[in-house]
Every structure is written in C-alpha cells, then in structure tokens.
Design a protein around this ligand. Structure first.
Ligand code: C5P
Length: 235
C-alpha cells in the first residue's frame, strides 16, 4: 500500500473547503473530512469532494452497539469513501460487525481504521477516570491487536507508536498518524510532534496534516513540501 499525505480539511462549510481545494487545480490530494464538516453539510459534501476526484478519509469515529455500527457502516460504504474509522473501545464484536457492514456486495470495502486511546486522554485520566488499570502503552497495543484480529486494516496513532504497532500487528497493518509539523513551524496544540521526514523513518503509512497546510501562506507549496519529505524519496 502506498504512502500518502492526507490533508485534514477541518473547515466548517462547503464554501470554505471548496475554495481551499480549488487552490490545488488538477492536483487531487487525499483529504480527511471530520465530524464538523460532515455534521454541518451532510453526506452531500462527501459526494461533491469525491466527484472532484479526491480520495476521502471520513473521520467519524463510530462507537455504538455492533448492530448499529454495522448498519451505519453499510450506509457509509455507499458513499464510496476510501477510508473511515471507529473506536476500538467499542469491542471486537463491534469491530467485526463494522467490517461486515462496510463490505460492499462486490466484496471491496474502504480501509477501516481503529482509534485506540484518544491522544487527549493521558495515562492518569485513563486509570483514574476510565478505571483502565494497564499502562497507556499496553492499552494502545492491546487495542491495536484487537483491531487486527477483528479484520481491520490499521490504527490511527502517533508516529512514535508506528514501530511498535508494526512489530505487534505486522508490517502490513497500517499506521495513520496525525501530530505532524514542519521542523521550522510551531506545534500549536499538539503535545508531541513529528516532522514528515521523521514520520517516514518511523514507518508511518499515511500522515494526517491539517493546519501546517490549511493555514500556510501557500497551502499548495506546503502540501508539496510534505509529500516530498514523506513520500518523495520513495518514488
Ligand atoms: O491541524 P493538525 O495537523 O493538528 O490536524 C490534525 C488532524 O488530525 C485533526 O483533524 C485532528 O482532529 C486529527 N487527530 C489528531 N490526533 C489524534 C487523532 C486525530 O490530531 N490522535
């Protein structure tokens, strides 16, 4: 599976995201649509971006009883997205149901990823509030293994976790990693950041990059810089 840069299109309206994508002309980056844009504009935003020729990671992080997630995934599969996700905390049964729901009649399906532990939850919160007694790192790795056993394709994780995830779940189990910044830019609200080149060295399969591209003076130049650092030398 090829490495790629996914642009997090964290905009709140169709107009904003279309203006942004227009900057790229004939170039069609892989884009991530999150809850904000999807809940504001509905499935139509997915269809419109797909029609323009972009691959789409629909980042809705499903988490419910298996039957509900299966039916929701079936609806998402009809949108012709390329990648989507769920919370591994929903259990192996929920993840297996999601794979079934997402699989189209022709047996193809979008890439399905699991979110292990949200990066906003630290070990103290996990142990004291969620009453999960293990270490954060053991929990992340166990959730990743559960996802692999349930038939998912990979996890969303920090680039720093990529080597261990690949060691535990196999080299073909995907690591899709946010928290990426250029060496010369500020981290913003991301606690631990990695450059695109470091993410590549750590073995990330895809990097998810938002503000370093969307808020750049020249977003197209920033995207190409990311592609060069992360994918360039591999071509
Ligand atoms: O702007 P920035 O590059 O920080 O955007 C990163 C994107 O990845 C955002 O859409 C954010 O919600 C998402 N994300 C993250 N950390 C996670 C999971 C998702 O930053 N652990």
């Amino acid at each position: 599976m090829g490495k790629d840069v996914i642009i997090a299109c964290d905009f709140s309206s169709t107009g904003q995201v279309m203006d942004f994508l227009d900057l790229f002309g004939e170039e069609k980056p892989f884009v991530k649509i999150g809850m904000e844009l999807f809940y504001a504009e509905g499935p139509e935003i997915v269809r419109r971006i797909k029609e323009r020729g972009h691959k789409i990671f629909l980042d809705l992080k499903l988490h419910d009883i298996p039957n509900t997630v299966k039916k929701a995934m079936k609806v998402l599969s009809l949108l012709n997205i390329d990648m989507t996700n769920l919370h591994a905390a929903g259990s192996s049964a929920m993840m297996q149901a999601a794979v079934e729901g997402l699989t189209r009649p022709d047996v193809t399906r979008p890439i399905l990823l699991a979110v292990t532990m949200l990066t906003s939850i630290d070990e103290a919160t996990m142990q004291k509030e969620l009453l999960i007694g293990s270490s954060l790192s053991d929990t992340v790795m166990t959730y990743a293994k559960n996802a692999a056993s349930a038939g998912l394709d990979g996890v969303v994780c920090s680039p720093h976790e990529s080597p261990q995830v690949h060691a535990s779940c196999g080299p073909n189990f995907l690591t899709v990693t946010p928290g990426v910044r250029f060496a010369d830019s500020s981290a913003g609200d991301q606690a631990r950041v990695t450059t695109p080149a470091e993410a590549r060295k750590l073995g990330s399969d895809y990097i998810v990059v938002g503000r370093p591209i969307t808020q750049a003076d020249d977003p197209v130049e920033a995207y190409r810089r990311c592609m060069n650092e992360f994918v360039g030398g591999l071509l």
